[in-house]
Design a protein around this ligand. Structure first.
Ligand code: ARG
Length: 499
């Protein structure tokens, strides 16, 4: 991650300094150290610095333009904020715990830098609308990054589906062999799920992309602010309509965590199949050495830890969703400090989902499919039984009756230790006179798969159609939302304080 090494150098000071609290006026004595340590959020919200500064620059521009503060002061504030951004970028900014959060760390550094004019920045603004803004700016970028990573994984699945187009495998229901399918059909099922995940994230983004700034503490302001102008500067599609709602709801975060949970649920299923398929029992795939780990005790082991961890991290992402829903439950309007707890959960989900998507995208193309073994497995277990029943249906037998005939045929064949192919025509005919030699043409996985010509089915033409449709969707670029960088400090989604 660019900037990460710099981030490590950035300090958070716990040392006693003569820092003045920005809200210290009505207090006669100092805050207890335990309280400072308990209430601070700078240790984790410093990753929002880029967005905080971007929002402040837009706000200062608006204040100057509206004549709420002198233009000269607005310009000086903007220059000061850009200097702070520089300092943070190179790792020379000291974040102070006693200044609580990212908002007050930056505001007090600004006042320290440019003097009393810096004290005008917080006019017609509260940390309540400021944090709501920072989170929306952050999540807008991260949502696009996450959907970009999902697209990458889908592209890998499509690639693999294209390469493995001719290969058959057993399809499962109840984890019992059911009917032969194309491996590509199976892989494309995941591409469909992930395609819907992209849609879900993109739809949630519409609701995230609305400007809360200008709601102030909760009631709005008596000063003549221009919220539409700020929205334009920051590239928001709309301006929030109720100031009390804007500072108090975090439903946009909950939606992201929901969508992330559904995504992880899908990825956990893919991971589970990778785990299963790499077992000696299934033996469908060989994991690349670079994506497997060994055992400290058992020398022969090659473990699918990446897939297991991806599966396990799903629990963590679900947990974050539950945590967030519980924080919000029954919370009275409007802002309450409980809301500060949203950030660790959100950041952890963003980091986890991105890490899982990256590693799976890298691992997938390196997996070796044992196609002979897949084909052999597709042949075993009477997996063409349904094809035989449909054969009888085509000859006029009601399906329920055909089901019974083939059921008895399976019972007979299994009892005499034979496969369908090993049965003679007379044996077939002893179950129904409708059988003729053409039945033998049905019994290979290839024939079985080719016959599934219904829309969305496993026939190669159908699967190729699914592949083409997904490819086309993937090509459609995500809605281009080009946020105007009023700050000139945005370098793309990943801020340097990922951790
Ligand atoms: N650190 C706070 C949070 O994350 C910022 C808003 C604080 N507002 C307040 N009135 N104390 O929610």
């Amino acid at each position: 991650m660019p900037g990460e090494s710099r981030a490590k150098k950035t300090k958070t000071s716990k040392a006693k300094t003569k820092t003045v609290k920005l809200w210290g006026g009505r207090f006669a004595s100092k805050t207890a150290r335990t309280v400072e340590a308990f209430t601070e959020s700078i240790s984790f919200d410093k990753r929002l610095w880029r967005y905080d500064i971007e929002g402040s620059i837009a706000h200062a521009k608006m204040l100057g333009r509206q004549g709420i503060i002198p233009e000269k002061d607005a310009r000086s504030i903007i220059r000061g904020l850009k200097r702070i951004a520089e300092k943070i970028t190179v790792g020379r900014f000291v974040f102070r715990e006693e200044l609580e959060d990212i908002h007050m760390n930056i505001e007090s550094a600004l006042i320290e830098d440019i003097g009393p004019a810096g004290g005008k920045l917080h006019t017609a603004r509260s940390r309540n609308d400021q944090i709501a803004l920072d989170l929306r700016l952050y999540l807008r970028d991260e949502t696009e990054e996450v959907t970009g990573l999902i697209r990458g994984l889908v592209a890998g699945l499509l690639d693999l589906a294209e390469k493995r187009m001719g290969d058959a495998m057993p399809g499962y229901t109840h984890l019992q062999r059911a009917q032969p399918v194309l491996l590509s059909h199976h892989l494309l099922a995941y591409a469909e799920m992930l395609g819907r995940d992209i849609e879900r994230f993109s739809e949630a983004l519409k609701r995230t992309n609305t400007l809360p700034l200008g709601s102030c503490a909760l009631a709005g302001t008596s000063l003549p602010i221009d919220r539409d102008y700020v929205a334009r500067l920051l590239g928001f599609e709309s301006v929030s309509k109720n100031s009390m709602d804007s500072v108090s709801d975090r439903d946009f975060i909950i939606e992201f965590l929901c969508d992330a949970s559904v995504l992880m649920m899908h990825l956990s299923r893919l991971s589970e199949e990778i785990v299963l398929w790499s077992t000696t029992e299934f033996n469908f795939i060989e994991l690349p050495d670079a994506f497997a780990t060994g055992s400290s005790m058992m020398p022969q082991k090659k473990n699918p830890d990446v897939a297991e961890l991806a599966r396990g991290k799903t629990g963590r992402v679900y947990g974050n969703l539950m945590g967030m829903l519980t924080i919000m439950k029954a919370l009275p309007l409007t802002y309450n400090r409980d809301l500060q707890e949203d950030k660790p959960l959100l950041f952890d989900t963003v980091d986890t989902v991105k890490a899982v998507l990256r590693v799976l995208s890298e691992m997938l193309p390196a997996i070796k499919f044992k196609t002979e073994r897949l084909l052999a497995a597709a042949t075993e277990g009477f997996s063409t039984a349904t094809d035989i029943a449909e054969y009888l249906v085509k000859k006029g037998m009601p399906f329920r009756e055909a089901h019974g005939v083939v059921g008895r045929l399976v019972l007979y064949a299994a009892g005499s230790g034979k496969t369908f192919e090993a049965l003679g025509l007379d044996e077939f005919r002893s179950f129904s006179p409708l059988f003729d030699a053409s039945v033998f043409g049905l019994l290979t996985p290839g024939r079985s798969v080719s016959s599934k010509k219904s829309l969305g089915g496993s026939a190669p033409r159908q699967v190729k159609k699914q592949l083409r449709a997904r490819k086309l969707l993937l090509k459609k670029k995500s809605r281009a939302r080009v946020a105007t960088s009023s700050a000139g400090v945005r370098k793309g989604p990943a801020g340097p304080f990922e951790k």
